[in-house]
Design a protein around this ligand. Sequence first.
Ligand SMILES: [Zn+2]
Length: 284
Amino acid sequence: MPLVPMTAFIEDSKKNKYAVGQFNLNNLEFTQAITEAAMEEKSPVIFGVSEGAMRYMGLDYTVAMAKAAAERAGVPVALHLDHGSSFEVVMKCIRAGFSSVMFDGSHYPLEENIRLTKQVVEAAHAVGVSVEGELGTIGGVEDDLSVDEEDATLAKPEEAIRFWEETKVDYLAIAVGTAHGMYKGEPKIRFDIIEKVASSIGAPIVLHGGSGVPDESIRKAISLGVGKINVNTENQVACTETIRKILAEKPNEIDPRKYLGPAREAIKEVVKGKMRLFGSSNRV
Ligand SMILES: [Zn+2]
């Protein structure tokens, strides 16, 4: 199946109250693990690619891998730019074959975020590519993005509603207390903000920083209107812990397949568990 925009997921996920997972690609093994999980779970899936991961893998390799995975998968797969920082990088990804983009203008003043996001929506929608926008600043560290917890600002519901009305993004990420990377304590999610915004706009809400959020909170967030959840850190942890364990047990191991293969299995298990938790299993 060719890559699909995220709009392909909206109707069914709203009707059946589930969220589609965005799992980030870091290399070939991540791509394979996420694809196999989607196939085994019969779940739609979103490949997230940050600008940092894109530089690491190469834009051409990234698109080629994602296309090969989508053809093999037999389930709907979207290739989505994560936290796109400019109109230029968004256009570069669209031209290269991405089916979806996020434009993150959350660090701009509201008016400027609206103006820039509208430009992206216009260009992307003209070629059938879906768009995610962001309002409020999500704390934590992810690739080039680093936001001190004190500087993380929650989305104001009135602003989020206005942002959606003016930009008409397909998915809206709002800062509600989750953070990128690992949590020190338990995240305090502002369910009231999710509920207020989700009930007032026509787009599903996106939860960034889905790693380490308790299952109950995830289920509640989905019931209130979250339609997409981003996970990367938990996969990275599963991958690295597996490799660390194998190399500790066999310090003379030199064949990368002997530790990357098991790492790939570990990532796949995490992704499958998330798909079941998000309710996206057996939807295709
Ligand atoms: Zn994010």
